[in-house]
Design a protein around this ligand. Sequence first.
Ligand SMILES: [Zn+2]
Ligand SMILES: [Zn+2]
Length: 212
Amino acid sequence: MKAAILAKPAPIGDSPLAIRDVAAPVAGPGEVLLRVRACGVCRTDLHIVEGELPPRRETVIPGHQIVGEIAGGATADLPVGMRVGVSWVGGVDGTCPYCKRGLENLCDSPTFTGYSVNGGYAEFASARADFVFPLPEALDGLHAAPLLCAGIVGFRSLRVAGVEPGDRVGLFGFGASAHLAISVLHAWKCPVYVSTRGASHRTLAESLGAAW
Ligand SMILES: [Zn+2]
Ligand SMILES: [Zn+2]
């Protein structure tokens, strides 16, 4: 299969990702094989590619906002051809104090998609079957992919903040997460107030319907 391989982190202008032919992954026990249809680009991918996050492997295929179709390791719940998403948290141990308290995002020994294991800048990717999300038909792959990182981050913030439909909500900063969360807030009929330094981000917030 073709894949974008990172062998040595370097500034993005030096093109550190190389498209190469490599063996396709095989679904191991408890894993599924995905035919990748789309994969988003996150700031964290740039941190990995440029070396701001220390390498975890000799080489890595980045990409942790994967939309793919089940192509191997299928089960009754995850049949061949079903469209699923994969996010940054590719697995957790399930046994550490955080996991036991339901805070698996803080797991002591997590697996990170496209960082500690290969990700989605490839024709195929493998993923833990218990860490893929079935995607609704109404959402196409290109629109679903960014929801798998920026979307999750923003939506989780709304949940943690206890936002209820109709609440007035302030967003501090207006990057990838907030510009997706504001659509959810509109659907919830929440007036949204945005505070952010970047002029382009303020313009974007206004164009997306921020009250202020
Ligand atoms: Zn990300
Ligand atoms: Zn854990």
